[in-house]
Design a protein around this ligand. Structure first.
Ligand SMILES: Nc1ncnc2c1ncn2[C@@H]1O[C@H](COP(=O)(O)OP(=O)(O)OP(=O)(O)O)[C@@H](O)[C@H]1O
Ligand SMILES: [Mg+2]
Length: 417
């Protein structure tokens, strides 16, 4: 059977194939083996779908249409049964996921030169926290979407276990590793016993000592940064003329989070925003909110917030550029303010590491290596939390964006080849 390993990420995706005896990632956009998990429907061209960087560029260039990002997150929320409006019809959000998945399957087949029948699909340790039934439903939904995308056979592997398999390829001796995969939508941890040759055992269950996962990731960091620095420029936290009425938050919350941005572009929300503007004390700010909604600039704001967050990985201060809303408009941000804005998320990460150690019944001193992967593991405050919990381990990184995809492909080779 010909099998692929598919890392469907909240922010970025990759797909791998087994060619000859080697597991490799397929080029998915030009020569790149990574593609942003984004779909854009072009209203001027019969709702034609664009994928990845191409989708983002079409949106940023101002084409009339609908951009979808953060699609994986909807698997964990009530949005799973929602539709999104295209130019003349509305389609289920689940169909958009299946289209994206099919697009990548076709890329894998192109690279392989043959049809792919089976897939090892990555999944976070928890789609839904604290509700096993809902978590299982999310996996069932994803499996049926993978079949809709054309795979006959679908099985799953925890994303951090996949990353451990990839890391294991290069180790020289047996070790206990804690994998920390901090992505766009979730943070996942596994404690695994690895070593040269161990991957040949048919059953590795005893080597996987514990897995924990929380729904915390880079898209949450973007939202918190936006709520702290950007949304106040659009009226969040300002007063209404009638002091009895507080400024409603929900529009700002939805506008600041990738998966909910499109919910803001309905006539109902437009009317609500006009009412807010009519009553606002600082109308120069709410006027910007009206402009953002009518010009569908929500994703532009999210990209700008994400870019400022990434800048804060290297620098102590950054600025969210908002000139596309108003000439000269920008929101300054310091690393310190950003760390404060994500404090509760950092606490949840700390607890997840702690729980993983407890479940594995391993003391922090007995973890030999911490393998950090996922784009959000680059956030200095995130790395600091993990170092703080496991101070004596050696810290290693692979490719922050590709380890999971490669690990899933190695597993596809083991399961199906
Ligand atoms: N240099 C950086 N500093 C901080 N964050 C970064 C950096 N580079 C990328 N990111 C963030 O990493 C996240 C994407 O990481 P990644 O591609 O690992 O996630 P994903 O696999 O798509 O998501 P998930 O596994 O949670 O479904 C985004 O939120 C992005 O903004
Ligand atoms: Mg990931």
């Amino acid at each position: 059977m010909r099998a692929a390993g598919f890392d469907f990420g909240t922010s970025n995706s990759a797909i791998g194939i087994v060619k000859g005896n080697a597991a490799t990632l397929a080029p998915v956009e030009g020569s790149s083996t990574m593609i942003p998990s984004a779909v854009f429907f072009d209203f001027a061209d019969h709702d034609k779908p664009h994928y990845g960087r191409d989708a983002i560029d079409a949106y940023v260039n101002g084409n009339d249409g609908r951009l979808m990002r953060g699609l994986k997150t909807i698997l964990s929320t009530a949005l799973i049964s929602e539709r999104t409006a295209l130019s003349k019809r509305a389609i289920p959000l689940t169909d958009v996921i299946a289209m994206f998945s099919r697009h990548l399957r076709l890329k894998a087949e192109e690279a392989l030169g043959a049809p792919v029948d089976a897939v090892v699909h990555g999944r976070p340790v928890r789609f839904v926290e604290g509700d096993d039934a809902a978590d299982a439903r999310a996996e069932t939904t994803l499996a049926s979407l993978a079949r809709q995308a054309g795979y006959g056979e679908v099985s799953f592997l925890y994303e951090p276990v996949a990353a451990a398999a990839q890391y294991e390829q290069n180790v020289k001796q047996e070790e206990i590793v804690l994998v920390a995969d901090i992505g766009g939508g979730t943070s996942d941890f596994s404690i695994v016993r690895i070593g040269p040759g161990r991957d040949r055992a048919s059953d590795r269950r005893d080597d996987i000592l514990a897995n924990t996962g929380v729904r915390v990731g880079g898209t949450d960091f973007d939202r918190n940064l936006s709520l702290a620095a950007v949304m106040p420029l659009f009226g969040l936290g300002t007063e209404l003329v009638d002091k009895q009425l507080p400024m409603p938050r929900s529009i700002f919350d939805d506008l600041a989070w990738w998966p909910t941005i499109n919910l803001c572009y309905t006539p109902k929300i437009q009317r609500e925003a006009e009412e807010i503007h009519r009553l606002a004390v600082e109308q120069e700010k709410t006027a910007r909110l009206l402009a953002v909604l009518s010009k569908h600039l929500g994703h532009r704001i999210a990209f700008a917030a994400e870019q400022a967050k990434i800048d804060l990985t290297a620098d102590d201060s950054a600025s969210v550029g908002l000139a596309f809303v108003e000439a000269g408009l920008a929101a300054p941000m310091t690393r310190e303010t950003f760390d404060e804005a994500i404090a509760s998320e950092l606490t949840r990460l700390r607890l997840a590491v702690w729980n993983c150690l407890a479940l594995a019944d391993v003391d922090a001193e007995n973890v030999d290596t911490v393998f950090m992967t996922g784009g959000s593991s680059l956030v200095p405050a995130v790395e600091a939390v993990v170092r703080d919990e496991i101070p004596n381990a050696s810290f290693k990184r692979g490719d922050d964006f590709l380890s999971v995809g490669l690990g899933l492909t190695l597993e596809a080779q083991a399961r199906y080849a």
